[in-house]
Design a protein around this ligand. Sequence first.
Ligand SMILES: [Zn+2]
Length: 374
Amino acid sequence: MNFINQCENCILDNTVEDISFNEKGVCNYCEGYHDRKSKHSYSKADLKTLVQRVKKPDQKYDCIVGISGGLDSSYLLHKAKQLGLNPLAVHCDSGWNSETASHNIEILTKKLNVDLYTYVVDWEEFKSLQKAYLKAGVIDLEFPTDHVYLAALFFAADKYNIKTIFTGNNLWSEGIMPDCWIHNKGDSLNMTDIYKKQSKLKVLRHLPVLGLKRKFYYYNICRIKNIFLLNYLNYDRSAALKELQDVYNWQQHVTKHGETIYTRFYHRYILPKRFNIDIRKAHLSSLICCGQITKDEALNQLSQEIYPTEVMEADKKYILKKLDITEAEFGSMMNMKRVSHTAYRSETRLKIIYNRLRTLPLGFNYLLNISNHC
Ligand SMILES: [Zn+2]
């Protein structure tokens, strides 16, 4: 039977492969969200302590703020300055910035008088990596963007000797994301193996990669921390949008994560058409769980057009041309059978071993710190 069974609380339903429901009809993702939210609830005193710890009056910069031009990271930069921090804004340019993203980054850094460091990725290699992911048949085609973006922030932190990175990740608007829709973004082994097997060049030579040695170096030798500052704040997306528009003439994107053209095409075209996934269900469910919208409002937003046809067609044409892919090649990629990320080499197994070792009282936690964020 093919009926839709939807969570009593959020709008996730049984189109999510690994969803389950408790006796009240509430899904495992809502339960997980509330567990994580209680673990990451911070008081004003916690925020004050964090800011005091991060401040480095004797150095040029206290921290790095990763900025994409999207709402979360733009608001993050705005708040970091309001909190009295002196950040270096770091942007990773992977070649897919929308005009609004570039406008937002420029106007924000200028008005806030914040230095901007832009890490421009090697386009030919990045293009080859994105094509390798399309050929691989795996679901997380955003992995290269997310991984390289984070690696570029660590690269910049090391270059400028900065110990704190703030990224726009947050529980408020991103607290719910089904595990089967993404792959662990730290799994560089998976990325390098996909590249090895699905590209002609085989080895990544120019892109920043957070391999195990690099992670050990950044986390344990340099002691760089990646902190999700928005979790410390009462981050309300609608209020943040209004504030940024009023103060900076900040421009709204056509979609969430519309700051990069490839990302919005992946979210709004590839995921629904190839994998039968509407990622808005996850984003809207996060907002329901943190009380920023009601379920009815979420369902209303979900009923609206996912991707304006004109924008979609223009994006598709642009992307295929930029990646040197024909319509026919893209069509066959869209019809491929889904391949699991774990069909390629993966750090997932290593992580299980590490997590077991962490329980030993021998200081392994420090030595094996491979995923330091909080
Ligand atoms: Zn739910």
